[in-house]
Write a protein that binds this ligand. Sequence first.
Ligand SMILES: Cc1cc2nc3c(=O)[nH]c(=O)nc-3n(C[C@H](O)[C@H](O)[C@H](O)COP(=O)(O)O)c2cc1C
Length: 215
Amino acid sequence: MKIMAFNGSPRNKWNTATLLEKALEGAASQGADTELIHLYDLDFKGCISCFACKIKEGESYGRCAVQDDLTAVFSKIEKADAIILGSPIYFGCVSGEMRSFMERLLFPYLRYTDPPQSLFPNRIETGFIYTMNVTEDQMKEWGYLQLFNHHEMILKIIFGESEYMCSFDTYQFDDYSKVLATRFDPVKKKQRHEEVFPLDCQKAFDMGMRLVGGK
Ligand SMILES: Cc1cc2nc3c(=O)[nH]c(=O)nc-3n(C[C@H](O)[C@H](O)[C@H](O)COP(=O)(O)O)c2cc1C
């Protein structure tokens, strides 16, 4: 089994990356090969709407025609048994890099039929890990569930079974005293990081296990 994870945070060692690492550890505990890719280390842009992936009998039908750092990544994904996307929430959405990655990954495999169908060669499991500053109640109040459910629906169409998890009220800075952030109580933030974030890490580990067929 091979599982790949994609970090949509510019920070390679913070909340999102840590949870993705835990998920991969969970998958590795079931014997899977793992790979973590930090999207901000790659050179790519979002979909350029060339539609080469949609031209009937075209040489790039069902594949992204743009050649850049994602080209090799997409080939690897076609050989993976599961993938996990991870992103911080930026202004109520995923990060710009994750958004661009999703456009490039998903659009070529989307058959413009009614109902939509998938051109991805296999059925594989996917997971999504979201990290954010807001609490669970605020997440619901601010309508983020619509985004998560929409992503889940698209991932199910393209790849197969999909699940997601959220890490709320994350620890955002290593020293709250240095930044202007009166909205947050640094003591409560630290306490949550020490008490709740480890539970989120366990949830991510369990997700990684499940995605490669573990219980
Ligand atoms: C540009 C920017 C925009 C953000 N917007 C939101 C937001 O709309 N809602 C939210 O809950 N958190 C927001 N956050 C906080 C991050 O989502 C949160 O700290 C996340 O856990 C960071 O992930 P990381 O530690 O992996 O980098 C924002 C952070 C940044 C830098």
